[in-house]
Design a protein around this ligand. Structure first.
Ligand code: HCA
Ligand code: CU
Length: 399
């Protein structure tokens, strides 16, 4: 299980460019590549040089930055595309060809024998031109391909002894984690080569499928920042990190995790998106605790209700206070933060008051603070404060 030793192929500058609102100019590509390099991703996949003049120029521009990460480009399975890719001086080439009946019919029109012949020819050509380029061969739409056909293709390519990696792609986001596990496991056992997983998120399994691939022995996972890509995208970088961190922090310790908020914010900004409230790690609510029972336990020990430590990502947890589910431990903690010394009975009374008011509308922090300051002043003059409205909430039930 190479979970401690996997590699991220960050494809924001390839798959991510295929997202509906994504267009990156050269400076933005360099900024994104540089940040991802600082984060520590091992590989960066860029759009084919054949896609547009700027796509070609930008591969060279990113290469000229001399980053630590390896720069890859993603091409169709043709000699022409391969030559253009080689000409850029890129570190690695990711070749893909569709193998599902749908793609064989509507994309390139070739049958399995023709696919194998073409792939063998293109792989042999690339290797003959450059013995060092990192070479990957992948089948598009692997999970809707006929399994026997798929294996014929992979075995033929593996037997050439020329490629560094085989890729599998859940192109339309239909695979279940168990299917991914099985296919990866089969390929690892059959070929012994490095295996890459690329998974779309149409049915919400992109992260789970990437994790299943790694558990089955995959060595590389494709991600994009915020998961952007065709349709609703692929495995998000932050989501993969969250998944692996919660298995074992050591798996992701080599990455500069505190850069994640900046990376997500940069892509959201360029693509004019809001980071979803429920996004992994960087969503606005990812570290907000609300119910009194939760807040009490988190105040005692955050790990009670946190599988991820926000501080590891340069973030802070929040405790929501002014709502009807609040608890007196939370209110006491706020009073302590304000330097107010209020006795338990007073705090319970204020809590009951807040709950009662918040049944109609949540109170903001300033309103809570006013109540606490007021109580503290009244307390000095009159320890039993009759001005604070209470309701029938049993104080013993108020957590
Ligand atoms: C594409 C399809 C692809 C390729 C994945 C891969 C997919 O847009 O070219 O090369 O592994 O999802 O199948 O992104
Ligand atoms: Cu894709």
């Amino acid at each position: 299980m190479p979970l401690h030793d996997f590699h991220i192929i960050e494809s924001t500058l390839r798959e991510g460019e295929q997202f509906s609102t994504a267009t990156f100019n050269t400076a933005q590509k360099i900024e994104i590549a540089t940040l991802l390099d600082q984060f520590g991703v091992e590989m960066l996949e860029m759009t084919s040089p054949c896609a547009s003049p700027r796509s070609e120029a930008d591969i060279r521009a990113v290469l000229a930055e001399n980053l630590n990460l390896r720069v890859l480009t993603h091409i169709r399975c043709t000699r022409e595309d391969a030559q253009r890719a080689l000409d850029t001086g890129v570190h690695g080439i990711d070749v893909v060809i569709g193998t599902s009946p749908q793609l064989m019919t509507h994309s390139h029109g070739k049958d399995i024998r023709q696919i194998i012949d073409l792939a063998e020819d293109v792989m042999t050509f690339i290797r003959s031109q450059n013995p060092d380029v990192i070479l990957r061969f992948s089948t598009e739409d692997s999970f809707r391909s006929n399994e026997a056909d798929l294996m014929r293709v992979y075995l033929a390519i593996a037997n050439l002894g020329l490629v560094n990696r085989l890729g599998i792609a859940d192109t339309v986001g239909v695979a279940m984690p168990s299917q991914v596990w099985r296919l990866v496991n089969q390929l690892v056992r059959m070929t012994g080569l490095d295996i890459e997983f690329h998974g779309h998120n149409d049915s919400g399994c992109a992260i789970a499928n990437a994790a299943a691939a790694l558990e089955a022995g995959a060595t590389h996972v494709d991600t994009t920042v915020l998961g952007i890509g065709e349709r609703n995208g692929i495995t998000p970088l932050g989501g993969l990190i969250a998944r692996l961190y919660t298995l074992n922090r050591e798996y992701v310790r080599r990455y500069n995790l505190a850069l994640l908020p900046q990376i997500d914010a940069l892509i959201a900004d360029i693509c004019q998106l809001e980071i979803p409230f429920n996004n992994y790690i960087t969503g606005t609510s990812a570290f907000i605790h609300k119910a009194g029972i939760h807040a009490k336990a988190v105040l005692a020990d955050p790990e009670t209700y946190e599988a991820l430590n926000p501080a590891d990502f340069g973030l802070a947890r929040e405790i929501a206070i002014g709502h009807h589910l609040t608890g007196w431990n939370t209110i006491r903690s706020r009073a302590q933060d304000l330097g107010l010394d209020l006795d338990d009975a007073t705090l319970r009374q204020i809590t009951a008051n807040i709950k009662s008011q918040a049944d109609d509308e949540a109170l903001n922090l300033a309103a809570i603070d006013d109540l606490l300051y007021q109580a503290s002043q009244d307390h000095v003059c009159n320890p039993i404060d009759s001005s604070i409205e209470t309701n029938n909430v049993e104080t013993s039930n108020v957590l």
